[in-house]
Design a protein around this ligand. Sequence first.
Ligand SMILES: C[S@@+](CC[C@H](N)C(=O)[O-])C[C@H]1O[C@@H](n2cnc3c(N)ncnc32)[C@H](O)[C@@H]1O
Length: 204
Amino acid sequence: MARYGTLMARTYDVLSGEPVYGVGRRVAVRALGLRPGDRVLDVGCGTGLNLPLLLDAVGPEGTVVGLDRSAAMLRVARRKARGHPSVRLVAGDAADPAALDEAAGDTPFDAVLATYSLSLMPDPAAVWRAVRGVLAPTARVAVVDMAVPTGPWAWAAPLARAACALGGADIDAHPWEVVERDLAGVRSWSRRGGHVRVSVGTLP
Ligand SMILES: C[S@@+](CC[C@H](N)C(=O)[O-])C[C@H]1O[C@@H](n2cnc3c(N)ncnc32)[C@H](O)[C@@H]1O
């Protein structure tokens, strides 16, 4: 995937718009209610912007596994993971059950997080099916993704569409919808005028 090649990987952390998008990761990680020792999967982990939050939540006795299909993005994530033996970064397609099996090893995940990644994937339902296969019963699930801003923020819709198009995301994909159907106790948050959507629930 050329879009997340070396140049984008090198500039991603500066250009990814954390003042807008960082709130989504913070809300989602808090809502996941991770506990020390948990095993958590980060789907489409990119350069590892979620790593500090996840490491903080699961502690040194927990495990964070990032899965991404871009070798260049993973190279940047690996630098952030240095000194943290509880982080594993796996290269693979999130729709491929074999890649998920490799990410899980023999132990299912207690929680999974996907931030701004499912809307890039052509078939979020297939990804969710594959991810479900490596989750523990009653695992907690968080999806953070983008939508067109509305209400007083509607003026920003063209900007939001342009930003998503630049990153290869489909702003109209609403991938949380396909995941929410399979969850219990779903809670959702809307931030940045509805542009950032967070959805968290538990496998029943
Ligand atoms: C916009 S970035 C988001 C990265 C990170 N989750 C974040 O919040 O900053 C999307 C990431 O999804 C990855 N990606 C896209 N399609 C994928 C797929 N089918 N399997 C695994 N990773 C994928 C890209 O390589 C990229 O690193």
